[in-house]
Design a protein. Structure first.
Lengths: 483, 148
């Protein structure tokens, strides 16, 4: 509202001033042009007057009839020109000169006519010529004087015109300087005004936005006023407020989930313990009277309770994996893989010799604990599903670096799986083997996938029944950030 | 002439858990007197020889097995009080609980617990843990002087 109006007003004023400056400059130029045109005209007049004087002299001295005719033509021209001059508005001095010029001209005309008459009358008449000789002389002298005065006046008028032109030109220069100075001042003040109006607040907005985006959502941008910038500041503040609120909500939800997990961990385990405990006590009681079937039933109860315990643990850790903050650092995958292989090997019964192949693994960026868990699951699975193989070979390596991410794999030559069920592999609680063949809760791979996804990578698998399976996963190369 | 009966104090609100623990202790042949109290307040009353337990002999137990989640006064409060009292803090306290939450671990050790044992779901393991515990604290370990 206000800023847009100010800008529009400023533009309008500037355009108007510029138009005004241009218009007055054009007018002034025309004005100047008029003056110099007049100048030229007067020069013409002057030369005509001079010519007419020449012709007159020609006639009077040599008495050429041609000259008289031409003089008449020239005089008519001069008369026309004088008329044109009188059509212009002149200064009082100019008007006086013109007046004088007109009178002198008339007089010269009259005198010339008289002389022409006399000459004509005296032509061929010696006696008449002598009689008119004196009058001719007198007239001629008078004519000369009048003619001179005419020339002189013409010259003076021309000088005046010249002066006028110079004067006008100077005025024009002054006008131009004034116009453009005014324009300059206006533009400068307008800019200064707009600068004052906006720059401080724009920079407050910019700084404010930077502070907010750096994570300090408590910051508020000063938003006094009613123009667009003030509204913008208020909107940004509202946004920050909402973000703060939803952040708060998220934190609260997380805390609730945490409390929930704690409760699950504590309260669900107690009845489980009682189940197994009392079944065990039953077993220890006098079992001579207990038959095979009853013993079997008790065994099932006991193992089910145990199984439930594992499930609870796995679920808890799976849930935690989705919520814990990631501590993103540089992780030496080579060292980590070595560590995990050593740990997993400890649980392998000494009879089974697993051939380990550990390739060159890169240094990635991620959460060490989470990546460790993923490797434990993948390598642990490889060991588990090689349980029935004669010569188990487990390979952990990295493929060639491509497109800005590391691609790693864990390969075994154990039980493998049918590619038909590849989509079920990573599902929650999904298993491809019955529990009596291979133990497990169906959470391990789901957990791995969650970890890899949180790191921004992908995981997929290829397998063949009884030939083995390979699990590939990618980890993007990223900057070191603690999120 | 009184025979030195080594008392083990078991503070546990759940009767099933209590029964299992006592069975395990008995099967480990720990010929001790096992005193079972159901919550923290009772435990404190017992130790301070007050309220319902006023008038009992002034003999401290050689081991306190403490659960965490209990009504009225919970395990941590009991632990805190015991370890803050110069007359009682020498008694070994073992937290025997179902949760392995890191926050509980930290809190326990912060208050000066002697040992933190998580009750395994598998009863075999549980029996093993309890009997080891009992064997160590009540038999092998040189207990502090019994008299106040």
């Amino acid at each position: 509202m206000k800023i847009r109006t100010s800008l529009r007003i400023t533009s309008a004023i500037s355009i108007l001033l510029l138009a005004g400056a241009v218009a007055s400059s054009l007018l002034a130029l025309r004005w100047l042009h008029q003056a110099s045109a007049f100048e030229l005209f007067l020069i013409d007049l002057q030369s005509d007057v001079f010519e007419s004087t020449q012709l007159r002299t020609d006639f009077l001295l040599i008495n050429r009839q041609q000259a008289l005719l031409r003089w008449e033509e020239k005089s008519a021209e001069v008369a026309r020109e004088l008329k044109q001059v009188s059509e212009r508005t002149l200064a009082p001095s100019g008007a006086r000169l013109l007046d004088r010029m007109n009178r002198k001209f008339e007089t010269t005309q009259v005198l010339m006519e008289r002389l022409a008459e006399l000459k004509a009358a005296a032509a061929g008449n010696e006696a008449a010529r002598e009689a008119t000789g004196l009058i001719e002389q007198r007239l001629t002298n008078q004519l000369l004087v009048e003619s001179y005065l005419l020339s002189d006046s013409t010259k003076l008028l021309l000088l005046e015109a010249l002066n006028d032109t110079i004067h006008r030109r100077n005025n024009l220069l002054v006008l131009l300087v004034l116009c453009f100075t005014t324009l300059g001042i206006t533009v400068t003040s307008a800019t200064a005004y707009l600068n004052l109006l906006m720059s401080r607040r724009i920079s407050a907005l910019k700084t404010g936005a930077e502070i907010l985006s750096s994570g300090k959502l408590e910051h508020r941008i000063p938003s006094a006023g009613d123009d667009e910038l003030a509204h913008l500041a208020r909107d940004v503040n509202d946004m920050a407020e909402k973000l703060q609120q939803s952040n708060g909500l998220l934190l609260a939800t997380n805390r609730e989930l945490e409390a929930f997990s704690y409760s699950v961990s504590h309260d669900l385990r107690a009845p489980l313990r009682h189940l197994t405990g009392f079944v065990e006590l039953l077993n220890r009681m006098d079992s001579s009277g207990v038959d095979e079937k009853s013993r079997h039933y008790l065994e099932v109860i006991s193992s089910s309770a145990k199984k439930m315990g594992c499930l609870i643990d796995d679920l808890l850790s799976f849930s935690r994996m989705g919520r814990t903050e990631m501590m993103t650092r540089k992780v030496d995958l080579q060292q980590l893989a070595q560590e995990v292989i050593e740990e997993v090997s400890k649980d392998v019964p000494p009879g089974r010799a697993i051939q380990w192949h550990l390739g060159e693994l890169p240094v990635a960026t991620g959460d060490r604990a989470m990546l460790r868990q993923a490797l434990v699951n993948l390598i642990g699975n490889a060991v588990k599903f090689s349980g029935r193989s004669e010569a188990p070979v487990i390979e952990v390596g990295a493929l060639r670096l491509e497109k800005g991410c590391h691609t790693l794999f864990v390969r075994d030559n154990g039980a493998g799986f049918n590619m038909k069920y590849v989509d079920k592999l990573f599902g929650l609680f999904q298993r491809l083997h019955p529990v009596d063949e291979y133990d497990g809760t169906g959470l391990g791979l789901a957990n791995v996938r969650r970890i890899i996804t949180r790191h921004g990578g992908n995981i997929w698998a290829k397998g063949e029944l009884n030939k083995g399976a390979t699990f590939y996963f990618t980890l993007p190369i990223g900057k070191e950030v603690v999120s | 002439m009184s025979v030195d009966i080594k008392k083990i104090l078991l503070v546990e609100d759940n009767p099933n858990d209590a029964e299992l623990t006592m069975e395990a202790l008995r099967s480990a042949n720990l010929a001790n007197e096992i005193i079972w109290l159901k919550d923290g307040q009772e435990a404190l009353d017992f130790l301070y020889i007050q309220e319902a337990y006023a008038g009992r002999e002034h003999i401290n137990p050689v081991l306190i097995l403490l659960d965490i989640k209990m009504p009225r006064v919970d395990g941590f409060q009991v632990l805190k009080q015991i370890k803050a009292d110069p007359k009682l803090r020498a008694i070994p306290v073992v937290i025997l609980t179902s949760s392995r939450e890191e926050s509980d671990l930290l809190k326990g050790y912060d208050h000066g617990v002697n040992a933190f044992v998580v009750k395994p779901v598998n009863f075999q393991d549980f029996m093993h843990s309890v009997s080891s515990l009992g064997a160590f604290w009540a038999v092998l370990n040189e207990a502090p002087p019994l008299k106040l």
